[in-house]
Write a protein that binds this ligand. Structure first.
Ligand code: SF4
Length: 495
């Protein structure tokens, strides 16, 4: 079914050395039914979701005459899914697609790990694309292999296909329900049969999924920005624990196959992962990030001459900080938009230039000034330290870091690539120790309550029943990461 595959690179380098020090969302998913040449719309949607995964992408389509077809490729959507001859191999009015950074346990992966995954069952074929991470995948995989399943990839998501194969249900949607009831962790899934587009969110709704409409066609997408690119209208978010089954002429059937639970959407989607032009919970992500900056200025004021963002992700919060504090906003750091993967691959010497390849200080603005730098997060701290050096080299009088998220002290097990706990700066240092380590004049993070207020929870975080997943800040995991605990990961001790 797969079209011819290109030679595989041994290990894809990170898109930018600068991006090594960011948490990375691992996947974006998109699906279309009821539009001619649906795969073309999926390619555009995936292009708009490229920030959620740059390592590889894939599309599966179905055509009544030509059946299922699939193409999976390493690299950017724009470099692979723009050729007319390739897109002609993906005919039909129904298609789903996936972009990935990398899935659990398979960094620098093979093409066999690239989604969507496809399964041919006695009752017909089905393809699935998964955003999130299955926290009991190792145990499930072991059980499935012992019972005869033959895995094709190293991906946790393939468990869903094998669990579906073992279900005794007569229809694919019911088989998916059976499979997903066995799965723990975070999942937003877009799937397709010969005639149906299916969308599901896990009971806590950790990862996003929205429903859109374009003419007679329906669309499922990780984010609303990908609806905009094809001119689709946002209908609504898929609810936590909801499954929608969509047929081309028959509309949207909705049901809730899991036990209902209070939602725990990933709060980091607001801070960093989602695009600022996306809408979450009826509010623009840009507006939320601006409000984070406002809260940060209230919580952590400091005398200074300029507020500068670490571009691009720190920009809305820096604008908010500037508005609230009255300190002028300035683009003291300029991002080179054209620094791509190709240029940094050739030599170690160029890679060692690190942040300077990507960011440059606007010396004329910075010289002699007391500068507040606003960034979205501190992960390892390596980038923050280099940026501070660049600002001081440019003649800044003082450097104050203000961070638009609380200290990231715990790894994420729900579909975000995080370093091991000991590599997270905040896991081993207090705020003052981090300030000394980074050698800046001051360092302050927004509080967890401040972040909750900024995302619209006026009363802050409900400690008994938090309204969001915030495990990477609080260490309180809404779903126990059972595979990791089995491997020795120590949960936070009860207080
Ligand atoms: S642990 Fe952090 S990044 Fe992961 S889902 Fe929860 S809030 Fe999001």
């Amino acid at each position: 079914m797969d079209s011819e595959l290109p030679a595989l690179p041994k290990q894809m380098p990170p898109a930018h050395p600068f991006d090594d020090d960011k948490l990375k969302e691992e996947c974006g998913i998109f699906g279309v039914i009821g539009l001619t040449d649906a795969a073309n719309f999926v390619a555009l949607g995936l292009h708009a979701l490229q920030h959620r995964g740059q390592e590889a992408g894939g599309i599966v389509s179905h055509d009544p005459e030509q059946g299922f077809n699939s193409v999976r490729r390493f690299g950017y959507v724009r470099d692979n899914f723009t050729s007319q001859s390739l897109m002609e191999t993906l005919p039909g009015p129904l298609a789903i697609g996936h972009v990935r950074y990398s899935t659990a346990g398979s960094k620098g992966a093979a093409i066999r790990d690239v989604q969507p995954f496809f399964g041919e069952f006695a009752i017909g074929g089905a393809a699935i694309a998964h955003n999130g991470n299955i926290t009991n995948a190792i145990a499930l995989r072991k059980e499935l292999i012992e019972r005869g399943s033959i895995f094709q990839s190293g991906s946790d998501s393939e468990c869903i296909i094998h669990l579906m194969a073992r279900s005794l249900q007569k229809r694919i949607p019911e088989r998916m329900e059976d499979a997903l009831r066995r799965v723990e962790g975070a999942f937003s899934v877009v799937a397709m049969t010969r005639s149906k587009l299916i969308g599901v969110r896990d009971p806590l709704g950790v990862r996003p999924l929205v429903l859109g409409q374009l003419g007679e066609g329906w669309v499922l997408s990780s984010e609303t920005c990908a609806l905009d690119i094809i001119g689709a209208r946002l209908v609504r978010e898929i609810e936590p624990g909801e499954m929608v089954v969509i047929t081309a002429g028959g509309g949207v059937e909705s049901h809730f196959p899991f036990r209902r639970q209070p939602s725990r959407f990933c709060i980091f989607e607001h801070v960093y992962f989602s695009r600022p032009d996306s809408i979450i919970g009826g509010r623009s992500v840009y507006e939320t990030r601006h409000q984070i900056g406002v809260e940060l200025a209230r919580e952590a004021p400091v005398d200074a001459d300029l507020v500068c963002p670490v571009p691009d992700s720190g920009t809305p919060a820096a604008i908010g900080y500037s508005h609230e504090s009255g300190i002028p906003f300035a683009m003291g750091i300029i991002r080179n938009q054209y620094m791509g993967r190709t240029f940094i691959e050739p030599t170690e010497q160029i890679r060692n230039m690190g942040v300077r390849l990507k960011l440059n200080v606007n010396r004329a603005l910075i010289e002699g000034k007391r500068v507040i730098l606003v960034d979205d997060s501190v992960v390892r701290g390596t980038t923050s330290r280099k940026i501070k050096e660049m600002i001081l080299d440019a003649g800044a009088a003082e450097v104050h870091f203000r961070i638009a998220s609380p200290p990231t002290a715990w790894p994420c097990f729900y579909g975000v690539d995080t370093p091991q706990r000991e590599k997270l700066l905040a896991a081993t240092m207090s705020e003052d120790e981090m300030r000394d380590h980074l050698q800046v004049d001051s360092l302050k993070f927004i509080s967890l309550d401040g972040l909750y207020r900024a995302v619209g929870e006026a009363g802050g975080r409900n400690a008994k029943c938090p309204q969001y997943c915030d495990a990477c800040f609080s260490g309180e995991y809404p779903v126990a990461p059972s595979d990791m605990i089995e491997q020795g990961f120590a949960l936070k001790a009860a207080e």
